[in-house]
Design a protein around this ligand. Structure first.
Ligand code: FAD
Length: 291
């Protein structure tokens, strides 16, 4: 099923699609491990599950389409295959499109990807697909339902939020029919961003992405990677449970559940949970939302 259709029918009934993100595990047991995760997701009836993509290096780029296919064909879960374009040539993109078609993929999250190590913005501008907006039309023409990434606090390398929203509009104009946001810890950031997106003419659904924090190391990695701001309740929890990793993990899941409830009550178009391949995280979120 096309994700755009899921959002349209949800809108008609006032429902909010709930989705999960999973990543292809690295190593030899890729599909087996993914299958175990998918099996547990199936019981939770998500509206769709998106599968991340890792270009080159230690990444497992071929696994994304396989796992998306397995989710849909073996577990009857609508899936979205992520695809990054910064290192793709036109020929490679055609091969990726063929691979995804053969796997029966219907939905793609079109991304630029982070710049390869040792390259800068000038190198990136010379790439065959420098930005996600350049990838989207080819995928739409190939018949995929295409989504893209949105940044409630602005993309980390973008000068300001206004410009980031302009870039978002370019992705909608290029054919994106839904957006999934970067994680954020402060719902107010999402609400402000949603107002700006409305004013900029963004009309496609924006689903809010939430990742529970699991440890101090994970949260600092996230903050440095994506520039998410840490509101004081999160900082206080990090301080309170500094010496108790189990309690911190529980507090992180609890905090994410409260965030999701707040977004549900504020009529976010959809709720997307960064599960980190942990069905227990997905289950806690679903239980909080369906209470
Ligand atoms: P773009 O929208 O192309 O933006 C990239 C940068 O260029 C931004 O700073 C933007 O403001 C700027 N920009 C855009 N258009 C223009 C323009 N016309 N002129 C000048 N500047 C412009 N990464 C992975 O490797 N694999 C994944 O599976 C993956 N999944 C993700 C899922 C979600 C929901 C999100 C939010 C991110 C994901 N990422 C993933 C990370 C993503 O690849 C990085 O954030 C990357 O740096 C930007 O990708 P983008 O598609 O948002 O890029």
């Amino acid at each position: 099923m096309k994700v755009a259709d899921i959002f349209s029918s949800a809108k008609a009934t006032g429902a909010q699609p709930i989705s999960f993100e999973m990543f292809p595990p690295k190593g030899e047991l890729t599909l087996e491990h993914a299958r175990e995760v998918a099996e547990q997701f199936q019981d939770l009836h998500p509206d769709f599950v998106s599968v991340t993509y890792s270009a080159g290096g230690s990444g497992n780029s071929g696994a994304t389409a396989k796992i998306a296919s397995m989710l849909t064909h073996d577990f009857d879960i609508t899936s979205v295959a992520h695809l990054t374009c910064i290192s793709l040539t036109h020929d490679e993109l055609q091969r990726k499109i063929d691979e995804m078609r053969q796997a029966g993929v219907e939905n793609v999250l079109a991304l630029r990807g982070d710049l390869p190590q040792g390259t800068n913005a000038a190198d990136a501008a010379r790439a065959e697909y420098p930005y996600a907006k350049d990838l989207i039309p080819t995928l739409v023409d190939a018949g995929f339902c295409v989504g893209a990434a949105a940044y409630p606090e602005g993309h980390i390398t973008c000068e300001n939020l206004e410009l980031s929203v302009e870039h978002l509009k370019q992705k909608q104009d290029a054919g994106a029919s839904f957006f999934v946001t970067q994680l954020f810890f402060d719902n107010e950031c999402f609400f402000r961003f949603r107002e700006m997106a409305d004013r900029a003419g963004i009309t496609v659904p924006i689903t809010a992405g939430i990742m529970p924090f699991m440890s101090k190391q994970q949260i600092s990695r996230m903050v440095f990677m994506c520039g998410a701001s840490l509101p004081s309740p999160v900082i206080k929890l990090l301080a309170k449970y500094e010496d108790n990793p189990d309690a911190l993990r529980e507090a992180g899941i609890e905090y994410a559940c409260r965030q999701l409830e707040g977004l549900r009550d504020a009529d976010a178009d959809g709720l997307h949970i960064y599960t980190m391949n942990r069905p227990s995280v997905a289950r806690a979120a679903i239980e909080a939302l369906r209470k």
